[in-house]
Ligand binder design. Structure first.
Ligand code: F6P
Length: 327
C-alpha cells in the first residue's frame, strides 16, 4: 500500500462557502496523523508557479466562519496543457507532496483526474466544493446550502418590493449547467415559475401562467431563471413584456453575491466532515476518488463517476411540486 507523508491542499474554480472549514479539517487531520501539510495558493496555478506554504495548526485558526477561501482560487488554463501539468508535477515532487486534496467542482476534478492518471505516484482525493450542487456521488456540495440561503434572503426582499408595486420580477441566479439553486430557492420563496437548464420551458405556457396569476389577483410574481437556462433572463423578460402589458416588469441578476458570506452550519459541518474523510482516505491508500455525502454518510466515488453530469438529476418531487404549489 502507498504511504503518504506530505499532503498538498488546494481550492480551485469558483469559491464556495465551506471551503475554509474544509481546509482547516484537512490541515488538522493530517497533522494529527503525523503528516506534513502544504497549502497551495490559487489552485493549480500555485502548483505551476510554486506558490505554496507549510501549514500548521495556527495557519487555520479562526477561519470556520469565513466565506471565500484562505488559499485563494483560480481557473487555471495552463494546467490544461501537458507542459503546465509537468511543471506542476515537478514542483509538487520537489516539495515532497505525495497526496493532494483538491477542493472544487467539475473543472477542478477534470484536472485532478488527468493529473493523477498521468502521474499516479501522487495520490489525489477530490472534495466537492461548488455552489452549483452538480456532482454525482454527493447529495450536497460545499457551498450550495449557504448560497441557496443567500438567494432566498435576497428574493424575499425582492418579493416585498414586488408586492408593494404589483410588479413581475425575473431574477437570474447562478448555475451555468445546474438548476439546483434555482429550484430550491424557487420552492422556498414561492416563485411563480422556475426556469432551469435541465428542462425547456415553453414561453407561451409561462405567459399563460403569469396572465392567469394576474387574473387570480396575484399582486406580484417572481420568475427565477437559472443562469444556464436556454432562453436567458433578458430574452424571457422581453418576450413576456410584449404579451403581459399590464404588469410592470423588472429584471434582477443576483450575480456573485451568491458565492460570498459566512458558511451556514450545514456547510461548516460538511466541510469539516469531507476534509477529515479526504485525509483519512489518502492515508488508507485511496486515489482518484471523491469523498461525498450520501444518506448522511461520507462515502467515496470514483472521480470519473463524480463528473458524470448526465446521471445527475434534480429531485423529481421538487420538480413536480414546483408546478403545483405556486398557483
Ligand atoms: O461554478 C460556480 C459558478 O458560480 C457558476 O454557477 C457560475 O456560472 C460560475 O461559477 C461563475 O464563474 P466566475 O466567477 O468565474 O464568473
Amino acid at each position: 500500500m502507498r504511504k503518504i507523508s506530505k499532503i498538498g491542499v488546494l481550492t480551485s474554480g469558483g469559491d464556495a462557502p465551506g471551503m475554509n472549514p474544509c481546509i482547516r479539517a484537512v490541515v488538522r487531520t493530517a497533522l494529527y496523523n503525523g503528516l506534513e501539510v502544504v497549502g497551495i495558493r490559487q489552485g493549480y496555478k500555485g502548483l505551476i508557479d510554486n506558490d505554496m506554504m507549510e501549514m500548521k495548526h495556527r495557519s487555520v485558526s479562526n477561519i470556520l466562519n469565513l466565506g471565500g477561501t484562505i488559499l485563494k482560487t483560480a481557473r487555471c488554463l495552463p494546467f490544461k496543457t501537458d507542459e503546465g501539468m509537468e511543471i506542476a508535477y515537478q514542483n509538487a515532487k520537489a516539495r515532497g507532496i505525495d497526496g493532494l486534496v483538491v477542493i472544487g467542482g467539475d473543472g477542478t476534478f477534470t484536472g485532478a483526474l488527468r493529473f493523477s492518471r498521468k502521474y499516479p505516484d501522487i495520490a489525489v482525493m477530490g472534495v466537492p466544493g461548488t455552489i452549483d450542487n452538480d456532482l454525482c456521488g454527493s447529495t450536497y456540495t460545499l457551498g450550495f446550502d449557504t448560497a441557496t440561503n443567500t438567494v432566498i434572503e435576497a428574493i424575499d426582499k425582492i418579493r416585498d418590493t414586488a408586492d408593494a408595486h404589483d410588479r413581475l420580477f425575473f431574477i437570474e441566479v447562478m448555475g451555468r449547467d445546474s438548476g439546483a439553486i434555482a429550484l430550491r430557492a424557487g420552492i422556498s420563496c414561492g416563485a411563480e415559475a422556475i426556469l432551469l437548464p435541465e428542462r425547456t420551458t415553453a414561453i407561451d405556457d409561462l405567459i399563460k401562467n403569469l396572465k392567469d396569476g394576474h387574473m387570480n389577483k396575484k399582486s406580484s410574481s417572481i420568475v427565477i431563471v437559472a443562469e444556464g437556462d436556454k432562453n436567458g433572463v433578458w430574452d424571457v423578460a422581453k418576450a413576456v413584456q410584449k404579451e403581459v402589458k399590464n404588469y410592470d416588469i423588472k429584471v434582477t441578476i443576483l450575480g456573485h453575491l451568491q458565492r460570498g458570506g459566512a458558511p451556514s452550519s450545514f456547510d461548516r459541518i460538511l466541510g469539516s466532515r469531507l476534509g477529515f474523510a479526504a485525509v483519512n482516505a489518502l492515508i488508507a491508500g485511496e486515489s482518484q476518488k471523491m469523498v461525498g455525502l450520501q444518506a448522511n454518510q461520507i462515502l467515496m466515488t470514483d472521480l470519473e463517476q463524480a463528473l458524470n453530469h448526465h446521471e445527475f438529476k434534480l429531485e423529481p418531487d421538487l420538480l413536480q411540486m414546483m408546478d403545483i404549489l405556486s398557483i
